[in-house]
Design a protein around this ligand. Sequence first.
Ligand code: NAD
Length: 285
Amino acid sequence: MATDLKVIGVIGGGQMGSGIAQLAAVAGFDVWHHDSDPGALTRATQSISSSINRFISKGQISQGAGRDAINRVRCTLKLDDLRDSDVIIEAIVESEDVKKKLFSELDKIVKVSTILASNTSSISITRIASATRRPSQVIGMHFMNPPPIMKLVEIVRGADTSDEVFATIKALAEKFGKTVVFSHDYPGFIVNRILMPMINEAFHTLYTGVATKEDIDTAMKLGTNQPMGPLALADLIGLDVCLNIMKVLHQGLGDSKYNPCPLLVQYVDAGRLGKKRGIGVYSYK
Ligand code: NAD
């Protein structure tokens, strides 16, 4: 059960992994944070500190608790340091092959009881689990961006995920202060099955010259009561992440309506990946 968990491993030091490491540390867990890129770990450490400092300045967490949380996160370039983790939450690139390779490696390194969770936005948990010898201990734990702020965690059970592992991960997400929804293992689960076609359609609306990017976003913001427009949201998520999810939906559901918009493809080809690169649909420089 979640009460027995002490050490959480987080893999991926990007926008999601750093937010998840922060949540785990603030909830009192010891955290091992791994990324293969040293620069990503440096940026993650800075982002966790400044995010926790914002919570402190708003009075949402005490200075002592914030400092303790920062000190509980240990960064490492060695995957092997995560071997004694009770749960590992993976948040690396949205690629089935890369995730499977990582899960297969983790399976050999970590202790028998370790639960392997993936923050994948859309990829089949059943297929990721098939790369391990412990499919009953593999589960989807899909946080929203940014993890410290957004209230939802979507939990996805693969074909073999056990009831006990599901209960443990649900309790863990609740310990992080999140509301949980459950999804069966189908492409895009709940949130991205609905959100990504909307974002893709916003790209088509821009691509076919129906309106400017600003008017598309204003229309959806004020017309449908969303906190930000779909193109600004795509920039926040990362256009590469959006494109990968559309490809998973297209391949997994086989309907041409999920075909990624050529403009989205072109922006990714040009390296316009969104806010994290300083330019996407909008410029942030
Ligand atoms: P990101 O590009 O910001 O970060 C990915 C990190 O993973 C990078 O720092 C990279 O160096 C690291 N990485 C890549 N391959 C690795 C490997 N084999 N071993 C160790 N580290 C590796 O990506 P992100 O936006 O944080 O997304 C990560 C995951 O979370 C994806 O699966 C994505 O679909 C999912 N997700 C993203 C969002 C979002 O809004 N961006 C929301 C929910 C879920």
